[in-house]
Design a protein around this ligand. Structure first.
Ligand code: APR
Ligand code: ZN
Length: 372
């Protein structure tokens, strides 16, 4: 209802596979009837942005899907938001009316779910252009831009006193890890947990498992530099598989006396899904996958792993219903019941966004927050 003008602003545009992002002047359309336009305040870089940049043939494109911002204008049919509202973007939306949203069993919205073609849900179009050329979106969020347009079902209003430069992490990785433990696995007190991959996702799993009172939290990572931070988030034992003389699943079986109750794959390597299943105990061992693989998407496992009672369970965004559940997670952060500040290893200005990509490629960061 407010400004129905095209906005010209800076955005980091990906022109080709694996290439550095280029800061360009782009045009951002006004929001359509059910959309909102957001002034992005902070956006953190998540591994999935890099995986998609390196593998998907959709260009030019604006990445970024873990973000916070302030509503700049709203479409004619939007009543839920108004100019000035503080929001988190949602890379998977919640329409609140489809069969899944109303089921109480699923967060996989059938209307505003994960968008893979680089277009907007409303009309399969784009809201960005550069020099007259349309620019594709990413997850219908595209937060590597000073302004972006999202569907009103792909944003959630949050407590205005929460620091936007921190809570952007709850829009993807940190929330996903915690949700996998609480909603998907429902980890019980005293249980044995193993986590493959100790980035922000894996360390969020560790934090949530510790809050549930897990007795063993075994962290597995090929980068030994992750060890100290992992311990700070609750990991009780760190294993670098490259420093083991036997397969890591055997080491885990030994230290857990038969296998873990729960294993979490937080790398995005389907080979590690097999290893995770092999690390679980007979009878009730549960493997939860959080990683998003960019190569070899097929999972393989000997059927005997299942015959002996193990479960393999997938999830998106840790099972959270994004619009319904995120405000209370923000409130938990405000009450200091969960930690997210510790995931932020770097704060960068927008023009230095490629530095964030380099840091993540080199395994030198957890989360880089980019301040717009
Ligand atoms: N074995 C053990 N650890 C590994 C291996 C491996 N073969 N390969 C990578 N790792 C470790 C990395 O060293 C890193 O510490 O996995 C960790 C992954 O962390 P990040 O790259 O920081 O990624 P994060 O943002 O935590 O996301 C993890 O979840 O959402 C998905 O797309 C995301 O698939 C990715 C995963
Ligand atoms: Zn829905």
């Amino acid at each position: 209802s407010q400004s129905q003008q095209v906005i010209t602003c800076r955005a980091a545009v990906a022109w080709g596979k694996g290439e550095e992002l280029v800061i360009e002047e782009v045009e951002v359309s006004p929001p359509q009837s059910q959309e909102i336009r957001i002034k992005v305040v902070s956006t953190s870089l998540c591994r999935s942005d890099i995986s998609a940049l390196d593998s998907q043939p959709i260009f030019p494109r604006i990445f970024g899907h873990e973000a916070s911002g302030i509503v700049e204008s709203v479409g004619s049919e939007v009543t839920e938001f108004k100019k000035g509202d503080h929001v988190l973007t949602l890379f998977t939306g919640e329409c609140r009316t489809c069969s899944h949203c109303t089921s109480g069993k699923s967060n996989i919205c059938q209307v505003l779910g994960l968008e893979r073609k680089g277009l907007m849900h409303s009309d399969q179009g784009t809201r960005f252009s550069v020099k007259g050329k349309p620019i594709y979106h990413y997850c219908a969020v595209s937060s590597f831009s000073e302004f972006t347009v999202v569907h009103s079902g792909c944003a959630v209003k949050v407590n205005a006193s929460a620091p936007l430069e921190k809570i952007c992490l709850l829009s993807c990785g940190a929330a996903a890890g915690m949700g996998a433990v609480w909603n998907v696995a429902n980890v019980l007190e005293g249980s044995k947990v193993v986590i493959f991959g100790l980035g922000t996702v894996g360390l969020s799993v560790a934090q949530a498992a510790k809050l549930r009172g897990a007795s063993h939290i075994i962290g597995v990572d090929i980068n030994s530099a992750k060890c100290d931070k992992a311990k700070a988030f609750g990991v009780t034992q760190f294993i670098n598989p490259n420093e083991c003389s036997e397969p890591v699943q055997q080491v885990i079986k030994r230290i857990t006396d038969g296998g873990a109750d729960y294993a979490f794959e937080c790398i995005g390597d389907t080979g590690m899904v097999t290893t995770a299943l092999q690390s679980c105990c007979d009878g009730w061992g549960l493997t939860v996958t959080l990683g998003v693989p960019k190569v070899k998407p097929e999972v393989s496992a000997h059927y005997a792993l299942l015959l002996t009672g193990r479960t393999l369970k997938g999830c998106l965004f840790g099972g959270w219903k994004p619009k319904s559940d995120l405000p209370s997670l923000v409130d938990m952060y405000m009450k200091k019941e969960i930690q997210i500040d510790e995931f932020i290893t770097h704060n960068l200005q927008f023009e230095d966004i490629n530095e964030a990509l380099n840091l993540m490629r080199e395994g030198k960061c957890l989360r880089c927050v980019i301040h717009m």
